[in-house]
Design a protein around this ligand. Structure first.
Ligand code: FAD
Ligand code: NA
Length: 386
């Protein structure tokens, strides 16, 4: 195979968007490499072998955006269903709607408060630490929504997500804890929401489906036995790199911290396990944070079995070397290292860093796509000419 005009490391939504734009706008010949055996990065999903139910391999992915350009762009590759995400939470044997809304408040306090009465109640309860600067996440949570709701719905859930008592977490992790004073329990408030009608993989593969785009799977950029590796390519070819930033520089400034999740999959001989796609578990006694039942992402699909289902229990923990990095921890030390790595990245010849791993930030899908479209607008011409 001849040398491409552009090498993209990583076939997630960032890399796929850059590839598609490089071909459409510049007529470039693009090679995408990915170390995984499939395209799509973390948005990838596949049909469960036993049930045919579409399962999100790296955790539940819900598409939503208020960015008109992104919405128009993604609709070139897939149709979206009308799915609207809702989340419930189990607390002490009772199920409540999330995020905290008037329904949650009235169920929790066994009341029939109007929006105004509920507002007054929460304001009074949030006054416990009035006048004091919250020293940790626990005090911050109480000062935002009051102790009863905080302790029921936030404290232990957050503790499980971080494997840390909120008293030992910085107050800065949360800036707000919204309470909705209506019964609206739609999880997202974006203009557009839905799931790809034919599944994520059909969407993602379609983005790469062009004779100018060559996809090489099971191919690691740091594997010197494959020809398009960093040491061979560096400075010689235009590259968009979407793998981990610290890995690119051989961790020379230290590792950036991430949290990861473990998914425990189970098949059950019932047609419906929990009646909804995501059930959080708010209490400390339950070791997992939530259970996902993927069949509920596609209520319109008639081919799913009526007597079997698949569920995924989700556990959250700190990532160790070799784990999939999912959510940046962003400690003070991480932020210092990030700034130092950014200086190295800026100086790196003919290589742009992008995506959630390449820039060490949590990006929703629409943000990853939006950021790739901006990079294509502002930087691709120069990169391809360099
Ligand atoms: P990725 O999808 O991570 O793609 C990076 C690719 O680079 C991967 O395929 C990886 O294998 C490859 N790569 C890395 N290193 C190398 C290497 N050395 N050589 C070759 N290839 C390499 N977004 C939403 O909008 N809604 C959601 O509900 C949602 N839920 C999420 C749930 C979880 C658990 C996680 C982790 C993320 C979620 N996201 C969600 C975010 C979404 O996954 C990201 O927006 C998206 O993955 C970003 O795409 P990306 O291309 O930047 O990164
Ligand atoms: Na650079």
């Amino acid at each position: 195979m001849s040398t491409p005009d552009l090498l993209i490391v990583g076939s997630g939504l960032f890399g796929l968007t850059i590839a598609e734009r490089a071909v459409a706008e510049h007529g470039a010949r693009v090679t995408i490499i990915d170390r995984r055996p499939h395209v799509g990065g973390n948005a990838y999903s596949e049909a469960d072998e036993q049930t045919g139910i579409e399962v999100h391999k790296y955790g539940a992915h819900l598409f939503h955006t208020s960015n008109e350009r992104v919405w128009e762009y993604v609709n070139r590759f897939t149709e979206f269903t009308g799915y609207q995400h809702k989340v419930y939470t189990t607390h002490q044997g009772e199920v409540f709607p999330m995020p905290i809304n008037l329904g949650t408040v009235n169920q929790f306090f066994r009341s029939a408060h109007t929006p105004e009465q509920a507002r007054a109640l929460i304001a009074e309860q949030a006054g416990e630490f009035a006048g004091k600067d919250p020293e940790n996440l626990n005090d911050k949570g109480i000062s935002l929504i009051g102790r009863p709701l905080y302790e029921a719905f936030i404290k232990n859930y957050t503790g499980k997500q971080w494997q840390t008592d909120p008293k030992d977490l910085p107050a800065s992790i949360i800036s707000r804890l919204p309470v909705r004073y209506t019964y609206n329990n739609r999880y997202f408030s974006d203009t557009h929401e839905g799931l790809p009608a034919q599944g994520y993989t059909a969407w993602l593969e379609r983005m790469a489906d062009h004779p100018n785009i060559d996809v090489q799977l099971d191919t690691d950029y740091f594997d010197t036995s494959q020809p398009l590796n960093r040491d061979a390519v560096r400075g010689n070819l235009p590259v968009v790199y979407t793998g981990p930033m610290d890995r690119y520089f051989d961790f020379e400034l230290g590792e950036l911290g991430w949290r990861t999740i473990d998914l425990e999959t189970e098949h059950l001989d019932v047609g419906d396990f929990q009646g909804t796609s995501v059930m959080n578990y708010a209490d400390a006694e339950t070791p997992f944070t939530r259970i996902i039942e993927p069949r509920h992402f596609h209520p319109e699909r008639t081919h799913y079995p009526s007597d079997r289902t698949v569920i995924q229990r989700e556990y959250s923990r700190f990532a160790e070397s070799g784990d999939e990095p999912y959510y940046p921890i962003n400690s003070g030390r991480d932020r210092e290292r990030l700034l130092a790595y950014r200086r190295l990245a800026d100086a790196e010849p003919r290589t742009l860093f992008g995506g959630r791993l390449g820039t060490y930030q949590y990006l929703d899908m629409h943000m990853a796509i939006g950021s790739a479209l901006s990079m294509a607008d502002n930087k691709l011409t120069d990169l391809l000419r360099a």
